[in-house]
Design a protein around this ligand. Structure first.
Ligand code: PLP
Length: 366
């Protein structure tokens, strides 16, 4: 980038790398002249929109000339009830991405140290760089976050630690005992953000209930989203929960009206549609077991997942495989930009989509 305006920008902007999203279906259709393209790249819910959510959205359309409730009051009441927490522990944002930025803007000063895993979800790196933080990365150990390694990186300049459970792209979780020991050893003046974007998919009974830690006074911010299991990625709605004193500070940095009317109405209906959520989890579990079996029979290694995607070790040039699948109308994520060059990350799709993926892999292998 070179223009006279570069001199005007904040120096932090120069450190930012653009986010590379999964390729949109329409783009691949156009580029390769394909009619059928399936996307297993962005960990979206493959089910069509819940009927109850559709009705709620349609009903809300009539009021789009009015600003939304800036406090998302009805949604907040419903979610607080469901999570058994007080309303002042909740905050909504334009996707959890939007909330991550608010967390950074509220708490990270230039020069503060922020610790993440390597690899990690890129948005944490974006936020740390945007705020001018010193980023420290701790290598993953056997596809798990190295909590001991993270503790070893803490200094008196550390402001924030980002954990992800289930981890993206590994799909592994941090277990109860590990988390408790970790939180007990982190100094009180450091905020620990625990991103649980894939919370609803987790089957492991040893998955910690971080709300209990927040209630006990640990400086933890929990983050979840309606983009994944609730199937509302296109509407952009995430939420966080934390001690009311933390939430009050974050609320100061929030854009007014940051959650639109359709998102609020849709999420309220989605919370009530338990059948849709059950169907989503069942489909994911079936797809997961099916893909495990089929991948094993083809000799591929994979990381057992607690989320709606699988990190698969293809032991070849994953970028090449990505290209070949793309030409056949299957969009996946190559592991290279995600930190695992010999891997691909595959979102678990509908049974039909999973089978198409496997058919294409077989054709490529010959
Ligand atoms: C770990 C993790 N956190 C957050 C997000 C972003 O979610 P949202 O759509 O709520 O911004 C994603 C999306 O892929 C994710 O994988």
């Amino acid at each position: 980038m070179s223009s006279k305006y570069v001199e005007l920008m904040r120096e932090e902007i120069g450190t930012l790398k653009p986010y590379i999203p999964g390729k949109p279906i329409e783009e691949v259709q156009e580029e390769y002249g394909l009619e059928r393209v399936i996307k297993l790249a962005s960990n979206e819910n493959p089910l069509p929109l819940s009927e109850k959510v559709r009705e709620a959205i349609e009903k809300e359309l009539a009021d789009l000339n009015r600003y939304p409730d800036s406090d998302s009051r009805l949604l907040k009441e419903a979610l607080a009830r469901k999570l058994a927490i007080s309303e002042d522990m909740l905050l909504f944002g334009n996707g959890s991405d939007g909330l991550l930025k608010v967390i950074g803007e509220t708490f990270i000063n230039k020069g503060d140290e922020v610790i993440v895993s390597d690899p990690t979800f890129v948005e944490y790196i974006f936020v740390a760089n945007l705020m001018g933080a010193e980023l420290k990365s701790v290598k993953m150990k056997d596809y798990h976050q190295d909590l001991e390694g993270i503790l070893a990186e803490i200094t008196d300049k550390t402001k924030m630690i980002f954990l992800t459970s289930p981890h993206n792209p590994a799909g592994t979780i941090i277990r109860e005992g590990e988390l408790k020991e970790f939180l007990d050893r982190v100094p009180e003046n450091i905020l620990v953000v625990v991103d649980e974007a894939y919370y609803e998919y987790v089957q492991d009974e040893d998955y910690p209930d971080i709300i209990q830690y927040i209630k006990q006074g640990y400086p933890v911010i929990g983050l979840r989203t309606f983009s994944k299991a609730y199937g509302l990625a296109g509407l952009r709605l995430g939420y966080l929960f934390a001690d009311p004193a933390i939430v009050a500070l974050l609320a100061k940095a929030l854009d007014p009206f940051n959650v639109n009317r359709l998102a609020q109405a849709a999420a309220l209906a989605a919370l009530e549609d338990e059948e849709f959520l059950e169907r989503t989890i069942k489909l994911n579990e079936e797809g997961k077991e099916f893909l495990y079996r089929e991948l094993e029979s083809r000799g591929y290694g994979y990381v057992p997942t607690e989320a709606n995607f699988i990190l698969i070790n293809v032991r070849t040039d994953a970028l090449k495989l990505f290209d070949e699948l793309l030409k056949m109308g299957v969009i996946i994520r190559p592991g290279d930009p995600l930190g695992y060059p010999e891997h691909i990350r595959l979102t678990i799709g509908t049974m039909e989509e999973n089978k198409i993926f496997l058919d294409c892999i077989d054709k490529i292998k010959g």
